[in-house]
Design a protein around this ligand. Structure first.
Ligand code: NAD
Length: 483
């Protein structure tokens, strides 16, 4: 079966044209298990053509006045908003994400493009007080930012629209050109952005898109000598591989996490439970900042547990296209089997299953564990599924210590009404982001966002991504007039 709707096209996009490649990418509907659509798949030749087109277009993009770049980005934002329902439907089918959350993802991408248009107008440098040192006397100096050239953008399946937007929008705002490779399982959503940029008037070659296997096409992009920068969101394993192969390219990596939440006994337990039930199961737990480990001070443990289990029981699991659904299927049956096996292994090793744990194909019920140990996979590794552990701790400090005892460092959260505890958390947690009185999955799209430790390199968020997608050039005039 091919696509029922002809927009966006199912082909590759190279040098302003929709073209066929030698391979096929079959995208399944993650809930029905039927073929949703087939797309054209690229081979090495198409990657080379995409890079050549981006190279040819770079002077056009670099010289494009900022008001024109902003106009294209704003127009794309508007077109995304106009096509909200259809794009959300595409995301719901490709990812299995509940359509109400798929709609929020579209809203966020609308913001991401609008914010990029605003940030484009803020790209600037500074004059340098050259005569602050003797050797600078008689010099006038300034620095400014220049686009890097071609940005290779490699995106994951779980937020196929907004995480592509977080790479494409700042790259264009800064005057770069792009070769995009969306995750295979969610390729059509990537095509939405590309097709809308084309409608918005982006010149040929400024964005190019290839569909297909990451291990083949992604690898070619990473190693291509004409690409200046790789911006990647995905797993730690692939991120490390990219770093090993990228040479001297600039690299931004947005990787995984094992997101902790620490709940002090003074917190509003009913409120915290409602937030955490969503934080752990939103997008079936397939969010890099999905709540995975909840440390609760002993005095509040039973109250939190009672409210939390009530909130989890309220979640509607099933068809992502049903507007009432909260939790849809996982991306592949093998991923649901993996999460189920980690739950079973934890139970065999002494954990107690309080809810869920049952699976039909790729649909796993929201699962809650207690009595886990730090060495269990559900604690020490990124679960990336709807499985969360409740852990009783004697003190808030102990909770912070355990929360921080991880190889990851993307976002963490605490619930407390005590300002001293808030500052203990800020200073005690080595994470790129700390959330107070909500869960780690908060990401308003303008914030500097990214991980410490094994969670990544660099920051996204429009202003910060633009910094990572430009280079600083210093200019020094010998004029005899430093001031
Ligand atoms: P993945 O690493 O399997 O794939 C991500 C992308 O990399 C895909 O486009 C894939 O085709 C490509 N790829 C695969 N092998 C490659 C290679 N050898 N060279 C170059 N590219 C290659 O990740 P996924 O399963 O799509 O996404 C899940 C992971 O992403 C989780 O670990 C999650 O935590 C992480 N993630 C992180 C963030 C963040 O902002 N930090 C956001 C979302 C997801």
């Amino acid at each position: 079966m091919t696509a029922k709707t002809s927009f966006p096209p199912t082909q590759l996009f190279i040098d302003g044209k929709w073209v066929d490649g030698p391979n096929k990418v079959t995208v399944m509907d993650k809930f029905t298990g039927e073929v949703a659509w087939e797309l054209s798949g690229a081979g090495p030749e198409e990657v080379n053509k995409a890079v050549a087109a981006a190279k040819k277009a770079f002077p056009i993009m670099a010289k494009m006045p900022i008001h024109k770049r902003a106009e294209i980005l704003n127009k794309t934002s508007q077109l995304l908003a106009e096509n909200r329902a259809e794009i959300a439907n595409c995301i719901a089918r490709e990812v299995g994400k509940a359509v109400k959350y798929a709609g929020f993802e579209v809203d966020r991408a609308v913001d991401t493009f609008r914010l990029a248009a605003e940030e484009a107008a803020q790209i600037h440098g500074e004059t340098i007080p050259m005569d602050a040192v003797k050797s600078g006397e008689g010099l006038f100096g300034f620095w400014h930012r220049k686009p890097l050239g071609i940005v290779g953008a490699i995106t994951p399946f779980n937020f196929p629209l907004n995480l592509a937007a977080h790479k494409i929008a700042p790259a264009l705002a800064a005057g770069n050109t792009i070769v995009l490779k969306p995750a295979e399982a969610t390729s059509r959503t990537g095509a939405w952005i590309v097709a809308l940029l084309e409608k918005a008037g982006l010149p040929a070659g400024c964005i190019n898109m290839v569909h297909g296997k990451g291990s083949v096409l992604g690898d070619l992009i990473v190693k291509h000598p004409d690409i200046a920068k790789i911006t990647f969101t995905g797993s730690l394993e692939v991120g490390l591989n990219i770093l090993a192969n990228a040479g001297l390219k600039k690299v931004t990596l947005e990787l995984g996490n094992s997101s902790p939440v620490v709940i002090a006994a003074d917190a509003d337990m009913k409120y915290a439970a409602a937030k955490a039930a969503i934080g752990a199961n939103y997008c079936s737990g397939q969010v890099c900042i999905s709540t995975q480990r909840i440390y609760i001070e002993a005095a509040g443990y039973d109250t939190f547990k009672k409210h939390f289990l009530e909130e989890v029981a309220k979640l509607k699991v099933g068809d992502p296209l049903d507007p009432e659904t909260d939790v849809g299927p996982l991306i592949l049956e093998k991923d649901a089997i993996r999460v189920e096996s980690w739950i079973n292994e934890a139970v065999e090793q002494g954990a107690t299953l309080l809810a869920g744990g049952t699976r039909v194909k790729n649909l796993l019920q929201p699962s809650v564990l207690e009595n886990t140990k730090p060495t269990m996979k559900v604690i020490s590794q990124e679960v990336f599924g709807p499985a969360v552990s409740l852990i009783k701790v004697e003190t808030f400090e102990e909770g912070l210590k355990l929360a921080d005892d991880t190889q990851y460092g993307l976002q963490a959260a605490v619930f407390t009404r005590d300002i001293e505890r808030v500052f203990q958390a800020i200073h005690g947690l080595n994470f790129g982001g700390v959330v107070v009185n909500d869960c780690p999955h908060l990401r308003p799209d303008q914030i500097p966002y990214g991980g410490n430790r094994q969670s990544g390199l660099g920051r996204e968020g429009l202003r910060f991504a633009i910094e990572e997608m430009t280079s600083i050039q210093t200019v020094m005039f010998r004029t005899g007039h430093s001031r």
